[in-house]
Design a protein around this ligand. Structure first.
Ligand code: PAF
Length: 318
């Protein structure tokens, strides 16, 4: 099986390295030619914070290609799966044009984005493809273009999007097995929307607050005021879900607290973006809740505030 991983950030590098080590065929599409050259020269190093042996992939075993070459190179030797590990901003910004040649293709696509909005976009761009949404709690931190830290082993759930069919088809089972052979814990789920909305709520509470206060996830629980602010965001989220008929578990609030404990030393992806002066996914996380709230007439003042706070950190050139 040949897997095309689009996006060489923390998760893309982690998946690529572990899949290559397990013997899977991988082509990694990077944003820059410099990263491809660095990977070819230095190889890819994965370290683990839980003391497991580091993984090193020599440059000679890595096929890394600049994403700008995708429209030319991909049709010459298409893979069996596209795995999208780019952020929502890239997915909505530059990817639509690059994926143009795949409009009629029946390719399998696995999407690992946070937030809401990407699956609808991909459905429009790739109407013939089989789209799978994945929600993962794997913790990964990119230390350089050629080094990634596996900051916490998690769970990845995969669901088939939009076809009303069970995810237990041959392609998905094979993909799940391939990921398991690479050391990931994978579940196939028919509750794809529920799993995306659960993760959306977790991200909408944890990510903006950790980014604004610049603290690791666990420190959200360290003062009453912080927990109160989390609770406000959670209650607005629950009100939106109720108004929109989106089902969620009674345990959702406790699940959010548990994610803070389980990932206590980690920087959320939004904090990592802020610290690296990268655009954040706030628009696709809290912004998508505000859009749902507007349709349903629900007040989401706390979400609107955190969006302004996070967006206000960046001065965009006019
Ligand atoms: O976006 C993230 O960082 C993660 O999804 C989570 C679960 C908040 C843990 O850091």
């Amino acid at each position: 099986m040949k897997i095309e991983i689009i996006g060489a950030g923390s998760l893309g590098l982690l998946l690529a390295g572990k899949l290559i080590r397990s013997g899977a065929g991988v082509r990694l599409w990077c944003r820059s030619g410099e990263q491809c050259a660095a990977l070819a020269e230095a190889g890819l190093a994965i370290s683990h914070i839980d003391g497991r042996e580091p993984v090193f992939i020599p440059g000679s075993e890595i096929e890394a290609v600049p994403i700008s070459e995708f429209p030319r190179l991909y049709p010459e030797s298409p893979g069996d799966w596209l795995v999208l590990t780019v952020k929502q901003g890239v997915l909505h910004g530059t990817l639509p044009e690059l994926l143009g040649p795949l409009r009629e293709s029946e390719v399998n696509v696995l999407c690992l984005q946070n937030g809401w909005g990407h699956m609808e976009l991909l459905q429009k761009l790739l109407p013939a493809a089989s789209l799978y949404a994945a929600v993962t709690t794997e913790g990964a931190r990119r230390e350089s273009p050629v080094r990634v830290v596996h900051a916490g082993a998690g769970q990845t759930s995969i669901g088939l999007w939009g076809k009303g069919e069970t995810v237990r088809n041959q392609a998905a089972i094979r993909m799940a097995d391939t990921l398991r052979s690479a050391g990931f814990s994978v579940l196939l789920s028919n509750e794809v929307k529920a799993m995306i909305f659960r993760k959306l709520a977790i991200n909408a509470v944890i990510n903006p607050l950790t980014a604004i206060w610049r603290i690791p996830n666990g420190e959200l629980l360290s003062t009453e005021l912080r927990v109160r602010m989390m609770r406000e965001l959670y209650e607005e989220t629950a009100a939106v879900y109720e108004a929109c008929g989106i089902a969620y578990e009674d345990s959702l609030w406790n699940d959010i607290l548990e994610v803070c404990r389980a990932t206590s030393g980690n920087h959320s992806s939004m904090l990592a973006d802020v610290l690296s002066s990268r655009e954040t996914e706030i628009r696709w996380i809290n912004g998508s809740l505000v859009a749902l709230a507007e349709q349903a007439g629900v007040d989401v003042t706390a979400h609107q505030w955190v969006i302004r706070m996070v967006e206000g950190m960046f001065v965009k050139e006019r």
